[in-house]
Each structure stands twice: as structure tokens, then as C-alpha cells.
Design a protein around this ligand. Structure first.
Ligand code: ZN
Length: 357
């Protein structure tokens, strides 16, 4: 591990292991600050884990970072992309058009990519109605000038990564492991020999990834996510190479923190329904948001939508635990607390931070 010499967003190619560099690339007006792509040198070229957002600034930053280690954009033979979010996927599409690099993506992302290619990337608008946020639907429609149009920054990958599989990258073997939750087809890449995890947005060192923010939202995204966190516990502890934030020493430590965070959040969500909240939107308005406990009304429209989706994900896990009962009328789902005796015992703690990726 190279010593850190500045903030993690500092441009350049930062060596994290022999032949492996972390390259932070800029994002547009985004609270995440930057996205890390990881370059792995092979005898024939480069393999990149994630690609960055297909923006001129990101491409220029990648080009100069690669130049600093003696490479150029055309040396990238293959992109292994952790999930379909545009800050991970779309620069790969752009560079494939120019250089013919190949793109691999988790097979679980297929429904998401299909909706994007069909111009239906904004499916969450219909979820908002069920979540009791009809008022946000019109606002969102007005804000989405591109709704219903084909997004040309997306194309299908060359290969779908199916199940757990080993991928040879030069003399390394990366084990692709499906980790649904952040998106339904998210995968991480385990380099067991090097003791390192290319974690994408599954495990982030300083923020909690958003849950199920995707066109084809899974039925129980938070349940999937927590299972995927526990799955990381079945591997030996590794160095965390995240897509946002600095390299961190222990995947296990961060997994434990994230699981505790969601248990606390589940407890706060249940508490809100016990004090009268009924829909996901109603519940979200009673919770604190971001690490600064911001009131829901101070969030921008995009983050309000994320917050409500996040709350719905928590409510649905409480339903599977038997502590809430859902009823749907007029397309709106309401949740009713169940008697404590029917419920699984839970920690009772206060809400903490929640930031999205
Ligand atoms: Zn993401």
C-alpha cells in the first residue's frame, strides 16, 4: 500500500499494489466528489475496474493519469464494471466506440440496461406513487427533460458476468461475486491472493450506498443488500478498494458498521410508523437525512426521491420481519405496526447518518 499524501480525490494514478493503480475521476456537480477506477496492468495492456462517467473532463483525467504510468486510453483491453450506474459504466461505452475495448457487467443488470435502452430509465416515477409521494411525481416529470428518450450513453456490454466466476487478469485471478442491493446486478471483484476487494459501491468507507436506485428495482433491495454485506464476511478480511472514498484497511470492519447502521435505521423507521407514519413518503419526512440529520424538506428533489426509496426499502424489510403489515389501496402502500410479540426483537437506537452513492 502506498501512503496517502492528500485527499482521495487528488487526480493521478495512485499505486495501491504492484501494477494496480487507483485513478479518481471527476463527477459533475455531485456530492460524491469523484469515482475511483482501478487500473490493473497485464502483459498485453490494461484492465480497468469501472470506467468513470462519460464526460470530457473524466476522459481527460483518465488519459493523463494513464500517461503518468506509461499508458494511453487505447491500452485498455477490458472494463470490468461493478454496476450500471453512469459514473461506473458510461465512459467504458464511450471508449469502446473509439478503441474497441470490451465491457463486462453483472448479468443481474440486464433488466436495468434493457429499461435504459428502451428509454424507460425513470421507472421510479411509478414507484413514487406507491410510496405516497404523488406530489413529487409531477415535479420529477418536469425536471426530467429526457424522460422517454433513448440514452445514447448506454449500450449493452460485450459480456454478462454470470454467478460467481473467476476472471483471469494477467497473472491475477479476480473472483466476480454478485452482491445485489445497491443495484440488482452489482458485482464485486475479489483478489484473494492480494487480499484486496474491488468493491464498487457495495462497501464504501465513509458513506452508506443508496439501496435499489435503479430502473428495474428489485423486490427487496435492502434485504438483498444486507445479505450481500454478510456474504463479504464469509471471505477472509481484505483491503477495501472502494469506488468512492479512500482505500481502507478492513472490509469486515466496514461491513459490520454498515450492518449496524441499517439495523439502527430499521429501528428508527419502525419507530416512525409507531408514532403515526403510514406511507414511505410520510415515514421519510419523519427521519433525519445525511450524516447531519437534515430535515427531509431541506433535501433537493433528487435526494428526496432517493430518501423515500430508501425508506420504502427499510419498510419492506420490516414487513419480512413481521413487525409491519402493508396494505395497498388506490395504488398507495400503507404500513401498520404489528404487536411487539409477533416481531423479531430488534435493537432500539437512534437514527444516524445516511448519505447516498
Ligand atoms: Zn452506484
Amino acid at each position: 500500500m502506498a501512503a496517502r499524501t492528500g485527499p482521495w480525490t487528488e487526480p493521478g494514478a495512485h499505486q495501491v499494489a504492484p501494477g494496480v493503480h487507483r485513478i479518481p475521476l471527476p463527477l459533475p456537480n455531485d456530492g460524491l466528489h469523484a469515482v475511483n477506477v482501478y487500473s490493473i496492468a497485464t502483459p498485453t495492456g490494461l484492465v480497468l475496474i469501472d470506467s468513470g462517467w462519460g464526460l470530457r473532463e473524466a476522459r481527460a483525467a483518465l488519459e493523463s493519469a494513464l500517461a503518468s504510468i506509461g499508458h494511453e486510453l487505447g491500452d485498455v483491453e477490458r472494463f470490468l464494471v461493478t454496476h450500471m450506474h453512469r459514473d461506473h459504466y458510461t465512459l467504458a461505452v464511450e471508449l469502446r466506440r473509439l478503441f474497441g475495448s470490451r465491457i463486462a457487467l453483472g448479468a443481474g443488470e440486464q433488466p436495468n440496461i434493457e429499461l435504459v435502452l428502451a428509454g424507460k430509465a425513470q421507472q421510479q416515477v411509478s414507484d413514487l406513487r406507491a410510496w405516497g409521494a404523488q406530489d413529487l411525481v409531477e415535479k420529477l416529470r418536469a425536471a426530467m427533460d429526457s424522460a422517454g428518450q433513448r440514452d445514447y450513453s448506454y449500450e449493452p456490454p460485450d459480456e454478462w458476468i454470470s454467478g460467481v466466476c473467476d476472471i483471469e487478469v494477467g497473472d491475477r485471478v479476480l473472483r466476480a461475486v454478485p452482491t445485489p442491493g445497491h443495484t440488482r446486478g452489482h458485482v464485486v471483484f475479489v483478489d484473494e491472493a492480494a487480499g484486496a476487494l474491488f468493491a464498487g459501491d457495495h462497501v464504501l468507507p465513509h458513506i452508506t450506498p443508496s439501496i435499489g436506485f435503479e430502473p428495474a428495482r428489485a423486490t427487496l433491495p435492502l434485504g438483498d443488500y444486507m445479505d450481500s454485506l454478510r456474504l463479504m464476511r464469509t471471505y477472509p478480511d481484505m483491503v477495501l478498494l472502494p469506488a468512492h472514498g479512500p482505500v481502507a484497511p478492513s472490509v469486515h470492519n466496514r461491513v459490520d458498521e454498515l450492518l449496524i447502521h441499517h439495523e439502527e435505521r430499521l429501528a428508527a423507521t419502525l419507530e416512525a410508523t409507531r408514532s403515526g407514519a403510514t406511507t414511505a413518503a410520510d415515514t421519510a419526512r419523519r427521519l433525519g437525512w445525511t450524516r447531519h440529520h437534515r430535515a427531509f424538506d431541506t433535501l433537493d428533489l433528487f435526494n428526496q426521491v432517493l430518501a423515500i426509496g430508501e425508506t420504502a426499502a427499510h419498510l419492506d424489510v420490516l414487513v419480512t420481519r413481521g413487525t409491519l403489515k402493508p396494505t395497498t389501496s388506490d395504488g398507495v402502500t400503507e404500513y401498520t405496526p404489528q404487536p411487539a410479540s409477533a416481531a423479531t426483537p430488534e435493537q432500539t437506537t437512534t437514527p444516524t447518518d445516511n448519505t447516498t452513492a
